[in-house]
Ligand binder design. Sequence first.
Ligand code: NAD
Ligand code: UFG
Length: 330
Amino acid sequence: MTILVTGGLGFIGSHTVVELIKNNYEVVIADNLANSKLEVLERLYQITGVRPIFYQIDVTDEALVEEIFRKHKFAGLIHFAGLKAVGESVEKPLDYYYNNIVSTMVLSKMCLRYQVDKFVFSSSATVYGEQPSPLREDMELKPRTNPYGETKAISERILIDTARANENFAVSLLRYFNPIGAHESGLIGEDPNGIPNNLMPFVTKVAKGLLVKLSVFGHDYDTVDGTGVRDYIHVVDLARGHVRAIEGLDTGVSIYNLGTGKGTSVLELVNAFIRVNGVDVPYEFVGRRSGDVATCFADVSKVERELGWKAELTIEDMVRDAWGFEQGGE
Ligand code: NAD
Ligand code: UFG
């Protein structure tokens, strides 16, 4: 069984490729290297002993995508390729709408044309907007405050409508909470260009001395210690969730939260990092970051019940592996 993985050299995609190969799938990767490096392909080989077929293409390019669908018979696809920086999406809305929505449309169209019946999509908890946690899949989607979030909500809509109109086309919409950590080998992980926007890669850069200190955005939230609370999930658990989603896809549309169901504050995460890794992470409190919610964590009962999937790795595993990757990196 061959699976097309778009964005397969990126953070979540690369870990999912490892888990797919471990589960005896053949993998074809399509990635334009907009936010990843070719070197990841070599790392995937080091981890798995298998060299996935790789196409360096932009998946918004219909003609190039069609060539791949002509060459391979896919049992399904997982669509990770996308731009994901919330702040940048406000500065460059057209880049985000074009890249994230056209890619979903092109890939859906090719799936219908070449009878590829299983489509797994990387969505985000951001589609819930500001609603009380735990967030459940049947909650109404609230307006997002940034174009990135809109691209996820619109892509979900496109895939739902396409599945409704085509009974063989089965779609799984996976709403990720906060993926962090890295493969235990330290060979692959999260490697953002420039100064990281997200907490965990910022913390590892501070710990390594590449950045002076962490700014903690807000300490006056109504949370355990005043700092923002999120549902951090180990990227390897998340990757395994994709294998279960592909296996469990049958007909229609399935929507699942992929999280742990537990909230962790910024300070709890930073303190776990310091404790587990025995390194210092200087930080200071600054004002809230615009658009941030106080608390966001998942209700994970649906995915557990229907797919038999549950996150197993702990916050300690996440901070240890994130640090392992940072130290193994350049
Ligand atoms: P990433 O940037 O590490 O990986 C995305 C990959 O897609 C990169 O390798 C990039 O080069 C590639 N890509 C982007 N546009 C492309 C295009 N048009 N054609 C071909 N390749 C393209 O990001 P990630 O963290 O691995 O996220 C994967 C997916 O999960 C994204 O869709 C993202 O929006 C979604 N998601 C991520 C998070 C998170 O916190 N990391 C949370 C929720 C949802
Ligand atoms: N934070 C800091 N300092 C930093 C970075 C983050 O204090 O330098 C705090 C944030 O205020 C928040 C928490 O750490 O309380 C997590 O922030 P991240 O930027 O790591 O993650 P977000 O929850 O803001 O966003 C992530 C993804 C989005 C996705 C969203 C879904 O980056 O793409 O989860 O919930 F939409």
